[in-house]
Design a protein around this ligand. Sequence first.
Ligand code: GLP
Length: 263
Amino acid sequence: MKVVLCRDAHEAAALVADEILAALARKPDLVLGLCTGSTPVEVYERLRAARARGAASFARVRTFNLDEYLDLPADHPQSYRHFMRRHLFDGLDVRPEHVHFPPAEGDDLTRRCAAFEETIRAVGGIDLMLLGIGRNGHIGFNEPTSSLASRTRVKTLADRTLEDNARFYGPDEVMPRLAVTMGIGTILDARRVLLQAIGPKKAEAVRSMVEGPVSSVFPASALQLHADVTGYFDPDAASLLAERAYYAKTRVLELELQRAGRL
Ligand code: GLP
Protein backbone atom coordinates (compact mmCIF):
# COMPACT_ATOMS: atom_id res chain seq x y z
CA MET A 1 0.00 0.00 0.00
CA LYS A 2 1.30 3.44 -0.88
CA VAL A 3 1.40 5.77 2.13
CA VAL A 4 1.29 9.57 1.85
CA LEU A 5 2.15 11.33 5.10
CA CYS A 6 0.29 14.63 4.95
CA ARG A 7 1.05 17.84 6.85
CA ASP A 8 -2.53 17.94 8.12
CA ALA A 9 -6.12 16.97 7.29
CA HIS A 10 -6.41 19.81 4.78
CA GLU A 11 -3.46 18.62 2.74
CA ALA A 12 -4.91 15.09 2.73
CA ALA A 13 -8.27 16.40 1.49
CA ALA A 14 -6.63 18.59 -1.15
CA LEU A 15 -4.54 15.70 -2.52
CA VAL A 16 -7.54 13.36 -2.67
CA ALA A 17 -9.80 15.98 -4.28
CA ASP A 18 -7.09 16.87 -6.82
CA GLU A 19 -6.69 13.23 -7.73
CA ILE A 20 -10.44 12.82 -8.28
CA LEU A 21 -10.55 15.99 -10.40
CA ALA A 22 -7.55 14.85 -12.47
CA ALA A 23 -9.21 11.47 -13.07
CA LEU A 24 -12.41 13.25 -14.08
CA ALA A 25 -10.51 15.45 -16.54
CA ARG A 26 -9.07 12.29 -18.13
CA LYS A 27 -12.39 10.39 -18.10
CA PRO A 28 -15.56 12.55 -18.01
CA ASP A 29 -17.72 9.44 -17.46
CA LEU A 30 -15.74 8.44 -14.38
CA VAL A 31 -17.31 5.82 -12.08
CA LEU A 32 -16.80 6.83 -8.46
CA GLY A 33 -17.23 4.76 -5.31
CA LEU A 34 -18.07 7.07 -2.43
CA CYS A 35 -17.96 6.88 1.35
CA THR A 36 -19.58 8.86 4.15
CA GLY A 37 -18.41 9.93 7.62
CA SER A 38 -16.61 13.04 8.80
CA THR A 39 -13.40 12.16 6.93
CA PRO A 40 -14.47 12.86 3.31
CA VAL A 41 -16.41 16.07 4.07
CA GLU A 42 -13.60 18.43 3.03
CA VAL A 43 -12.94 16.41 -0.14
CA TYR A 44 -16.60 16.84 -1.05
CA GLU A 45 -16.43 20.58 -0.30
CA ARG A 46 -13.50 20.85 -2.68
CA LEU A 47 -15.35 18.94 -5.44
CA ARG A 48 -18.36 21.24 -5.04
CA ALA A 49 -16.07 24.28 -5.17
CA ALA A 50 -14.45 22.99 -8.38
CA ARG A 51 -17.91 22.57 -9.92
CA ALA A 52 -19.01 26.04 -8.73
CA ARG A 53 -16.05 27.77 -10.40
CA GLY A 54 -16.66 25.80 -13.61
CA ALA A 55 -13.48 23.74 -13.29
CA ALA A 56 -15.25 20.37 -13.45
CA SER A 57 -18.44 18.81 -14.73
CA PHE A 58 -19.96 15.71 -13.16
CA ALA A 59 -22.77 15.43 -15.72
CA ARG A 60 -21.51 12.07 -17.02
CA VAL A 61 -20.16 10.73 -13.72
CA ARG A 62 -21.78 7.70 -12.09
CA THR A 63 -21.56 7.20 -8.36
CA PHE A 64 -21.96 4.15 -6.15
CA ASN A 65 -22.10 4.65 -2.43
CA LEU A 66 -20.48 2.06 -0.24
CA ASP A 67 -23.20 1.52 2.29
CA GLU A 68 -26.49 2.59 3.86
CA TYR A 69 -28.30 1.84 7.11
CA LEU A 70 -31.09 -0.69 6.78
CA ASP A 71 -34.58 0.85 7.02
CA LEU A 72 -33.57 4.49 7.54
CA PRO A 73 -35.66 6.50 5.08
CA ALA A 74 -33.74 8.59 2.54
CA ASP A 75 -34.81 11.84 4.23
CA HIS A 76 -33.70 10.75 7.73
CA PRO A 77 -30.90 13.10 8.81
CA GLN A 78 -28.63 10.12 9.63
CA SER A 79 -29.20 8.27 6.38
CA TYR A 80 -26.24 8.20 4.04
CA ARG A 81 -28.49 9.31 1.15
CA HIS A 82 -29.26 12.45 3.15
CA PHE A 83 -25.58 12.92 4.02
CA MET A 84 -24.51 12.63 0.39
CA ARG A 85 -27.14 15.08 -0.85
CA ARG A 86 -26.15 17.61 1.77
CA HIS A 87 -22.37 17.27 1.46
CA LEU A 88 -21.95 16.52 -2.23
CA PHE A 89 -24.77 15.92 -4.67
CA ASP A 90 -26.72 19.14 -4.07
CA GLY A 91 -23.65 21.10 -5.17
CA LEU A 92 -22.87 19.03 -8.27
CA ASP A 93 -24.40 18.58 -11.70
CA VAL A 94 -24.48 14.80 -11.24
CA ARG A 95 -27.68 13.33 -12.72
CA PRO A 96 -29.98 11.70 -10.15
CA GLU A 97 -30.27 8.55 -12.27
CA HIS A 98 -26.47 8.20 -12.15
CA VAL A 99 -26.44 8.07 -8.32
CA HIS A 100 -26.60 4.58 -6.80
CA PHE A 101 -26.91 3.30 -3.25
CA PRO A 102 -27.10 -0.29 -2.03
CA PRO A 103 -30.75 -1.26 -1.45
CA ALA A 104 -31.54 -0.57 2.19
CA GLU A 105 -35.33 -0.46 2.29
CA GLY A 106 -38.04 -2.93 1.30
CA ASP A 107 -37.83 -6.65 0.60
CA ASP A 108 -35.95 -8.95 -1.70
CA LEU A 109 -32.66 -7.55 -0.45
CA THR A 110 -30.45 -10.45 -1.53
CA ARG A 111 -31.60 -10.18 -5.13
CA ARG A 112 -31.40 -6.37 -5.11
CA CYS A 113 -27.87 -6.47 -3.65
CA ALA A 114 -26.89 -8.73 -6.56
CA ALA A 115 -28.58 -6.26 -8.95
CA PHE A 116 -26.53 -3.40 -7.39
CA GLU A 117 -23.35 -5.40 -8.10
CA GLU A 118 -24.58 -6.03 -11.64
CA THR A 119 -25.15 -2.30 -12.18
CA ILE A 120 -21.54 -1.64 -11.14
CA ARG A 121 -20.35 -4.25 -13.65
CA ALA A 122 -22.64 -2.93 -16.38
CA VAL A 123 -21.06 0.55 -16.25
CA GLY A 124 -17.58 -0.96 -16.47
CA GLY A 125 -16.65 -1.15 -12.78
CA ILE A 126 -15.57 1.46 -10.27
CA ASP A 127 -12.62 3.58 -11.42
CA LEU A 128 -11.89 5.32 -8.14
CA MET A 129 -13.07 4.19 -4.72
CA LEU A 130 -12.91 6.68 -1.87
CA LEU A 131 -12.70 5.16 1.63
CA GLY A 132 -12.44 6.03 5.28
CA ILE A 133 -11.76 3.54 8.04
CA GLY A 134 -13.56 2.64 11.25
CA ARG A 135 -11.62 2.25 14.51
CA ASN A 136 -12.20 -1.51 14.38
CA GLY A 137 -10.82 -1.68 10.85
CA HIS A 138 -14.12 -1.71 9.00
CA ILE A 139 -14.32 -0.34 5.47
CA GLY A 140 -17.85 0.45 4.39
CA PHE A 141 -19.66 -1.60 7.00
CA ASN A 142 -17.53 -4.70 6.55
CA GLU A 143 -17.09 -5.45 10.21
CA PRO A 144 -14.35 -7.71 11.64
CA THR A 145 -14.58 -11.32 10.33
CA SER A 146 -16.24 -10.19 7.08
CA SER A 147 -15.21 -12.50 4.26
CA LEU A 148 -12.39 -10.98 2.24
CA ALA A 149 -14.32 -12.09 -0.87
CA SER A 150 -17.67 -10.67 0.27
CA ARG A 151 -20.07 -8.86 -2.06
CA THR A 152 -22.86 -6.36 -1.32
CA ARG A 153 -25.06 -7.71 1.48
CA VAL A 154 -26.73 -7.01 4.80
CA LYS A 155 -24.31 -6.75 7.75
CA THR A 156 -24.86 -6.52 11.48
CA LEU A 157 -23.06 -3.52 12.97
CA ALA A 158 -20.39 -4.27 15.59
CA ASP A 159 -20.74 -2.86 19.12
CA ARG A 160 -17.76 -0.54 18.59
CA THR A 161 -19.41 0.91 15.48
CA LEU A 162 -22.66 1.43 17.40
CA GLU A 163 -20.70 3.23 20.16
CA ASP A 164 -19.01 5.47 17.57
CA ASN A 165 -22.37 6.27 15.96
CA ALA A 166 -24.26 6.91 19.20
CA ARG A 167 -23.21 10.59 19.16
CA PHE A 168 -25.36 11.17 16.07
CA TYR A 169 -28.59 9.96 17.70
CA GLY A 170 -30.82 11.54 20.31
CA PRO A 171 -31.59 9.61 23.53
CA ASP A 172 -35.04 8.57 22.23
CA GLU A 173 -33.97 7.72 18.71
CA VAL A 174 -33.54 4.12 17.59
CA MET A 175 -30.12 3.53 16.11
CA PRO A 176 -29.94 1.10 13.17
CA ARG A 177 -28.21 -2.19 14.03
CA LEU A 178 -28.03 -3.40 10.45
CA ALA A 179 -26.68 -1.93 7.25
CA VAL A 180 -26.23 -2.89 3.62
CA THR A 181 -22.66 -2.56 2.42
CA MET A 182 -20.50 -3.29 -0.60
CA GLY A 183 -18.39 -6.30 0.23
CA ILE A 184 -14.63 -6.39 0.55
CA GLY A 185 -14.54 -8.22 -2.79
CA THR A 186 -16.59 -5.41 -4.33
CA ILE A 187 -14.14 -2.81 -2.97
CA LEU A 188 -11.10 -4.80 -4.15
CA ASP A 189 -12.54 -4.83 -7.69
CA ALA A 190 -12.23 -1.02 -7.95
CA ARG A 191 -9.35 0.02 -10.22
CA ARG A 192 -7.90 2.43 -7.70
CA VAL A 193 -8.59 3.05 -4.00
CA LEU A 194 -7.96 6.26 -2.05
CA LEU A 195 -8.25 5.95 1.72
CA GLN A 196 -8.05 8.87 4.12
CA ALA A 197 -7.54 8.60 7.88
CA ILE A 198 -7.44 11.61 10.15
CA GLY A 199 -6.83 12.07 13.86
CA PRO A 200 -5.37 10.10 16.80
CA LYS A 201 -8.39 7.79 17.13
CA LYS A 202 -7.44 6.22 13.80
CA ALA A 203 -3.74 5.60 14.63
CA GLU A 204 -4.14 1.97 15.78
CA ALA A 205 -6.38 1.20 12.81
CA VAL A 206 -3.90 2.71 10.34
CA ARG A 207 -1.04 0.68 11.79
CA SER A 208 -3.00 -2.58 11.55
CA MET A 209 -4.20 -1.80 8.04
CA VAL A 210 -0.78 -0.90 6.62
CA GLU A 211 1.67 -2.94 8.65
CA GLY A 212 -0.40 -5.72 10.21
CA PRO A 213 -1.18 -9.16 8.83
CA VAL A 214 -3.93 -9.59 6.23
CA SER A 215 -6.88 -10.90 8.18
CA SER A 216 -10.66 -10.76 8.16
CA VAL A 217 -10.36 -9.83 11.84
CA PHE A 218 -9.11 -6.46 10.56
CA PRO A 219 -11.02 -5.95 7.30
CA ALA A 220 -9.06 -2.91 6.02
CA SER A 221 -5.91 -5.08 5.93
CA ALA A 222 -7.46 -6.73 2.84
CA LEU A 223 -6.43 -3.58 0.95
CA GLN A 224 -2.86 -4.94 1.06
CA LEU A 225 -4.07 -7.36 -1.63
CA HIS A 226 -5.03 -4.50 -3.98
CA ALA A 227 -2.43 -3.32 -6.50
CA ASP A 228 -3.31 0.38 -6.45
CA VAL A 229 -4.23 1.78 -3.03
CA THR A 230 -2.96 5.03 -1.56
CA GLY A 231 -3.52 5.98 2.08
CA TYR A 232 -3.50 9.69 2.96
CA PHE A 233 -2.87 10.19 6.68
CA ASP A 234 -2.45 13.23 8.88
CA PRO A 235 0.40 13.09 11.45
CA ASP A 236 -1.89 11.84 14.25
CA ALA A 237 -3.34 8.99 12.22
CA ALA A 238 0.15 8.02 11.00
CA SER A 239 1.76 8.28 14.44
CA LEU A 240 1.96 4.53 15.16
CA LEU A 241 3.38 3.48 11.79
CA ALA A 242 6.79 1.88 12.28
CA GLU A 243 8.05 2.65 8.76
CA ARG A 244 7.24 6.37 8.58
CA ALA A 245 10.75 7.33 7.44
CA TYR A 246 10.55 4.83 4.59
CA TYR A 247 7.16 6.15 3.43
CA ALA A 248 8.46 9.73 3.48
CA LYS A 249 11.56 8.80 1.46
CA THR A 250 9.47 6.83 -1.04
CA ARG A 251 7.17 9.80 -1.61
CA VAL A 252 10.08 12.19 -2.32
CA LEU A 253 11.74 9.78 -4.76
CA GLU A 254 8.49 8.99 -6.55
CA LEU A 255 7.62 12.65 -6.98
CA GLU A 256 11.09 13.17 -8.49
CA LEU A 257 10.50 10.39 -11.01
CA GLN A 258 7.07 11.82 -11.80
CA ARG A 259 8.45 15.30 -12.35
CA ALA A 260 11.06 13.85 -14.69
CA GLY A 261 8.18 12.27 -16.66
CA ARG A 262 9.49 8.76 -15.97
CA LEU A 263 6.43 7.36 -14.14
C1 GLP B 1 -18.90 4.66 9.01
C2 GLP B 1 -18.90 4.39 7.50
C3 GLP B 1 -17.49 4.18 6.96
C4 GLP B 1 -16.59 5.29 7.46
C5 GLP B 1 -16.55 5.27 8.98
C6 GLP B 1 -15.59 6.29 9.56
O1 GLP B 1 -18.81 3.50 9.73
N1 GLP B 1 -19.69 3.26 7.18
O2 GLP B 1 -17.53 4.15 5.54
O3 GLP B 1 -15.28 5.12 6.93
O4 GLP B 1 -17.86 5.52 9.43
O5 GLP B 1 -16.22 7.50 9.80
P1 GLP B 1 -15.47 8.85 10.13
O6 GLP B 1 -14.89 9.34 8.85
O7 GLP B 1 -16.54 9.77 10.66
O8 GLP B 1 -14.43 8.53 11.14
